[in-house]
Design a protein around this ligand. Structure first.
Ligand SMILES: Nc1ncnc2c1ncn2[C@@H]1O[C@H](COP(=O)(O)OP(=O)(O)OP(=O)(O)O)[C@@H](O)[C@H]1O
Ligand SMILES: [Mg+2]
Length: 415
């Protein structure tokens, strides 16, 4: 990188690849100084399936971002998603040595919490502390220096298929990039759009992208539940192409221009022009009919999100409701339909708390890229991540780097 304090978030999404370059200010803010994007063709449902195509798209996005920021990019914070992602809550208990909690006690407690059986083809990508309990005292964020004999920690563990993570790393390496760290995309989006009040009161972040819908639930400031569903805006586009007997490209354009997730919001007599396949004359059709195609698919996606929240046991804890983000959240009527299905207050989340060229990224589809940038900034400042204390996150980040180093090693063994 041209300047040492530049950080890059790279979102390798199913429909687009986006690199956001930010500069850290002395006040700890992140100012956006460059952004580059390209169309993504090498992914299916959040997972890299064609490395060469993805490398080309990554290079293109990087070149644009480098040009805009006037720098050379060597390392990136990258996201991971896909239905191979699994998560669970776990906890560990240890006896405190010496009557006062020190760093090694915290690390032992985290190790105990991490000691869960994980399949050999999976790897832990996040161990996020939710709360510590010292003797009977609950809700402690940083137990360092506290007096007690028993230390307990509750954590949220996220695991991914090793092969999917390796393909992301390989893509970046082939594009000439080092992976500084990998973050679950839902956590990155949450960092970009949620307020700390929402996390305290209880909120579900729902990122509806092109190929996947990612969920992250926060209660009392801590991450409680994460989940990736293999559905998104591309399903909607395919439904429209099928329903209107038109090409996928034409269906995508129709969706972006006229799509509506709630049929009741469309006037009955409103019509739109549709380009037919096979060189036939364009035809006019009722916009209500288009909404009738979109609504059931959006309903299905939001219903599955609702079921995931109910099954995980957090639906009743969402005092701050649901925040929708990702490109598909932009479809007209999305918020209204979501409110009907979730029956809790719902808003659309735009990236916040960034300066500089923030207008360029002022869309829900940039939530993940901006969040990865903020994730990188926090890591480099040695700050907090996922509600963990500083002491804890440094251990977490060590573990992270171990994971990445190990993945790279396995990777070089197989290549
Ligand atoms: N105004 C809009 N109305 C309807 N859909 C939209 C609109 N703008 C973008 N989309 C849809 O949003 C999707 C892209 O969203 P996003 O950029 O968040 O996805 P992605 O990050 O590429 O994919 P994923 O996160 O699933 O891997 C596309 O399916 C696109 O059609
Ligand atoms: Mg995305």
């Amino acid at each position: 990188m041209g300047k040492s304090d530049l950080i890059v978030g790279l979102d390798i999404g199913t429909t687009k690849i986006c690199a956001v370059v930010g500069e850290m200010t002395d006040e700890g803010m992140v100012e956006i100084v460059g952004i580059g994007g390209s169309i993504s063709t090498g992914l299916r449902k959040g997972v890299v399936v064609n490395i060469e195509q993805t490398v080309q798209s990554v290079r293109k996005a990087l070149e644009d971002a480098e040009l805009m920021a006037g720098c050379e990019i060597h390392a990136v914070y990258v996201g991971i998603a896909g239905s191979h992602i699994m998560s669970m809550n776990s906890h560990g208990v240890i006896a405190v040595k010496g009557g006062e909690v020190d760093q090694s006690d915290i690390e032992r407690a985290l190790d105990a919490a991490r000691a869960v059986p994980i399949a050999t083809d999976r790897e832990v990508i996040h161990t996020l502390p939710q709360e510590f309990v010292v003797d009977e005292q609950r809700g402690i964020i940083d137990p360092l220096g506290m007096v007690g004999v028993r230390l307990e920690v509750a954590v949220h563990i996220v695991t991914a298929a090793i092969s999917s993570a390796q393909n992301i790393i390989r893509t970046c390496q082939k594009a000439g990039l080092e992976v500084a760290d990998i973050s679950l995309e839902a956590l990155a989006s949450a960092k970009a759009v949620l307020t700390s009040e929402e996390r305290e009161i209880g909120v579900a972040l729902v990122d509806i992208g092109g190929g996947t819908t990612d969920i992250a639930v926060f209660v009392n400031g801590a991450i409680k539940h994460t989940c990736v569903l293999p559905l998104g805006g591309q399903n909607l586009t395919n439904d429209i192409a099928f329903g209107l007997r038109t090409s996928v490209k034409a269906a995508e354009n129709i969706k972006l221009k006229y799509g509506c997730a709630l049929a009741d919001m469309v006037e009955v007599d409103e019509t739109i022009e549709v380009i037919s396949v096979g060189g036939r004359e364009p035809s006019r059709l009722s916009r209500r009919m288009l909404a009738d195609i979109c609504e059931p698919r959006m309903e299905e996606i939001l219903y599955l999100v609702d079921q995931s929240l109910i099954r995980a046991g957090f639906k009743e804890m969402l005092g701050a409701g649901v925040v929708l983000t990702g490109g598909t959240a932009l479809i007209e009527g999305c918020q209204e339909l979501a409110e009907q299905i979730f029956n809790v207050p719902t808003r659309i989340g735009y990236p916040r708390n960034v300066g500089g060229l923030k207008d360029v990224v002022n869309s829900p589809k940039f939530a993940t890229a901006v969040g990865l940038l903020r994730y990188g900034a926090e890591k480099e400042m040695g700050g907090q991540s996922g509600g963990s204390s500083k002491a804890v996150s440094s251990k977490d980040s060590n573990m992270f780097h171990d994971v990445i180093a190990r993945m790279k090693r396995w990777f070089s063994e197989v290549s």
